[in-house]
Write a protein that binds this ligand. Structure first.
Ligand SMILES: Cc1cc2nc3c(=O)[nH]c(=O)nc-3n(C[C@H](O)[C@H](O)[C@H](O)COP(=O)(O)O)c2cc1C
Length: 169
């Protein structure tokens, strides 16, 4: 993997989030206390002069308790051959299964954050939480957004400052 400076980093953000997806991992790798799940809604850019990502996590996710408890997280994306693994990581909960081992992905220590990364990833963003807020239905300006929340389980949004980018192009 090659370390990439945020000012040199190029990506097709909508295509990457919407079609390639990421695995979000939160917790502490050394302590063996972490979880991970697939995410496809989010963004990236600049906030307060820092390179940053936005992620949104529904409170029912097991990963939510880790993102709440720990200060850092990673976003990893993978070559196309791992699509099945990403589907599995996004359809089973780590609360009841060791889904990471079940799908054959391997966690490893990150370089700058306690949250784990994945050996099979071809892009790793190591991030530190800098802001959170809850999405508020009264602020939805497009009525169709309500359809995404039949159970009214509105996401919590986090901004993460990007501390390191690793890429294997
Ligand atoms: C393609 C895809 C994208 C997803 N994106 C998100 C997301 O952005 N936010 C979210 O809260 N859940 C998202 N999910 C759902 C979680 O990945 C899923 O509920 C997962 O099983 C939660 O695992 P956990 O309980 O171990 O945290 C997505 C699922 C898939 C398949």
């Amino acid at each position: 993997m090659k370390k990439v400076c945020p000012t040199e980093f190029t990506i097709q953000p909508h295509n990457h989030w919407n079609n390639k997806w990421f695995i979000l991992a939160a917790g502490d790798y050394e302590a063996g206390d972490f979880n991970a799940m697939t995410v496809a809604w989010g963004g990236m850019g600049t906030m307060w002069g820092k390179p940053f990502v936005t992620i949104v996590v529904r409170p029912a996710r097991h990963t939510y308790s880790f993102i709440e408890k720990y200060p850092t997280f990673t976003l990893c994306s993978f070559p196309e051959i791992y699509k099945k693994q990403l589907v599995l990581m996004g359809s089973r909960s780590g609360r009841s299964h060791d889904k990471i081992s079940d799908c054959g992905l391997t966690t490893m220590a990150s370089t700058n954050v306690a949250a784990p990364s994945f050996k099979q990833a071809d892009l790793i963003l190591e991030c530190k939480k800098i802001y959170w807020d809850d999405l508020k239905p009264e602020n939805f300006l497009d009525p169709s957004i309500h359809e995404k929340y039949p159970e009214k389980d509105y996401h919590r949004m986090y901004f993460g400052e990007i501390l390191s980018i690793w890429e294997n192009k």
